[in-house]
Design a protein around this ligand. Sequence first.
Ligand code: ZN
Length: 879
Amino acid sequence: MSSTAPTTVTRLADYRAPEFLIEKTQLTFELHEAYTDVSSQLTLVRNLQGSQAAHLQLHGEQLELLTLAIDNRMLTSKDYRTTPQNLTIYNVPERFVLHCTTRIYPEKNTALEGLYRSSGMYCTQCEAEGFRKITYYLDRPDVMSEFETIIIADEDAFSTMLSNGNCVSDTVKDGKRIVHWRDPFKKPSYLFALVAGNLACLEDHFTTQSGRQVLLQIYTAAKDQDKCHFAMQSLKKAMRWDEQTYGREYDLDRFMIVAVDDFNMGAMENKGLNVFNTSCVLAHPASTTDAAFRRVEGVIGHEYFHNWSGNRVTCRDWFQLSLKEGLTVFRDSEFSADMNSRAVKRIEDANVIRSVQFVEDAGPMAHPVRPESYMEISNFYTVTIYEKGAEVVRMLANILGPALYRQATDLYFNRFDGQAVTCDDFVQCMEEVSGKDLSQFRLWYSQAGTPHLQISDHYDAAHQQYSLTIRQHTPATPGQTDKKVLHIPFKIALYGNQAALPLVINGQNQGTETVLDICQNEQTIVFEQVTESPIPSLLRSFSAPVKISYDYQLPQLQQLILLDNDGFCRWDAMQNLMRMVLSKAIDGEDNHAEQAALIAVIKQLLTNHASMDAALLACMLSLPNSPYLASLYEKADPVAISQARTQLQDQIASELQTELLNCYQTLQDQVHGLTAPAMAARSLRNAALAYLLHIDEARYRELAQQQFAQADNMTDQYAALCALVHAEHATTMAQEALAAFYQQWQHEALVVNMWFQVQATRPWGDVLQTVQKLLTHEAFDARNPNKLRAVIAAFASQNFAQFHDKSGQGYQFLAEQIADIDQRNPQMASRLLTPLTHWHQFTDAHATLMRAALESLAQRELSKDVYEVVSKSLNQASH
Ligand code: ZN
């Protein structure tokens, strides 16, 4: 590899307590057009837990050091040393005040980390290690300090000047406005935030369970003020939910949310001052889809819940990232399940785990929920840390049961309030409260890879016994070859012909559903008094993030699809049946029996759609996605996978067009408004429409065209647009709809992104050419992460058929874009790279081309972020 990126590795095993602590942090920001001066006054004290080094070493990057003083004594160049990453001050006292002034250039900051400008406003992003781009500091989460912030700008420059905590004063002097903030809660530097801009504000209030009034504010550009009501309602629901579910009350007098256009991630939980990507906070029925509404609610909840899980109790080091993220995702996921359909939420989560996390876990970037090393921490904000981490917390919650889980979280929050702790501290609370031995369970934190459960069974009619044998195996991952046996909570039911059977194990009656503790390499469970040969309903509610194999017969799957009372299992049985059809097609085998069974059961569901949850049925109608299908193969052929999916969609559409059309038409009157039943009806109706457009007939396209023109909400308008644009036969109708859509929505950035996305994800035609054209469109902006996601990420990770075109041009295109983006925004570049890291999943022809794209990147000068991913991906050959 000829690239020149630094390759320092940080290891969990090297963790040392900080040498110094910072009791108080006082910051003053003077905002000027071309630069910002930051002066800091830090009260430092030696940490008795640290080793007793004579020097103080602070973090700092891309800073211009203007002045440096200790206890009012100016330091000279012989007192300290700077490197690109650090400031070292020699022979410091045990306790002192460090005064430091640095100059930074927010206008030039394209990485969107530290202090930067977005659409004219100033804002900060400090997690994980952005604070060191603002001033010299001990920029690590186990250094928690009380912060005071003073912001100074020209009197009329900004209407809004915000920082964490409560506003102490807001004055004008000599033409300057001076705003002073104080946050009474100790926090690590990654939770610091500052915002200055000309913003409108939506206000409301919330009365906490103990009767305190909290001022709630959502700041946005003036034109977006009417899009904040839903976020405000969501915030109030989240605040109430956390009081009721976890006993957690908000702690400051004020809670602020600011929406920014340019943001690398979804949102950020800065203490009392959350910063949100506009895509995760703005919502209006005319311009926002139902899915996006639910995402806003979920992310608002997520960031709010961090106030306890992350802020009051924070992480000791970044290897413990899942301590806050896994727990907080579990919390937001339960919040969403309580606010909407629990079954649908569970299916969505399971689908992400399976089609994204399992893939990550099988690739070169596989890492445990608590990683052991990293080159660049930004690369570890992954589905493993977030979603698998949430599944680990969910398993703990299920093992303990609701009452003990609540006692354990109470203990955790109370014991560690104001501290920076570890994943182990969290599990320890679970153990203490329940008296359960969780030593084997802890392996979920340290062991990467997806366990695979091989399940076989035997029914003994004479003794009315049914035995189930479960074998577990976790494949090797980079750097971890021998895997240990995990503790897997495995929820199960047994179905008879009509309903679930009573479960009796060792003479004990367990009701109709039970959780088996799978703790051995191979385990057999015997169910007694089983009066008929049962159908096992396995891994109910996706009780653990594992793969399972069980050899279902077609009628068994049909039965589960129709009867199972666990929404996840119904969906999963359908996915299984669809997968059987698709695998046989991909492998060139005869699949008539599977196909007939599938069509028959879908027909039955569609005919009786009124008798079931429409949202669940909509989920059940969608085929297993391509990345998931690819993950089932040693070496997958992406072209064959895409073809098989399309063929099956064509076939379902043509054989069931009467039922689909009927379903579409009967739901017509139920799709208005923002109620749950209306949203459910829309999702089913649009699923039916998408199928109908697989039939090359004008009448179905006209249906879509009509829906596009007449829709009173974005969900229906956009679904109709997608159906038209994604249809195999390009039509002028699709072109007209695209033009009309742009015409109507060109002033709404978030909707324009959807317009980009629908084009970048078209499975047919020369999409690469379209994508390249979109990059030069007037509305495209290569510095804006949402635009990059809407065009480049949409093409590379949501357009399987086109990205994997056998020419390899999609791969080269992505590599070139990444090289370019890396110059400005390494975090974004590195995230966009993910699809190429999966090269080992594909047939040699594709794998070679994907590797070639990675190798072309490796020839360049890369950021640490991209370097880590490229180099790890290419070394995969040896695994
Ligand atoms: Zn989070």
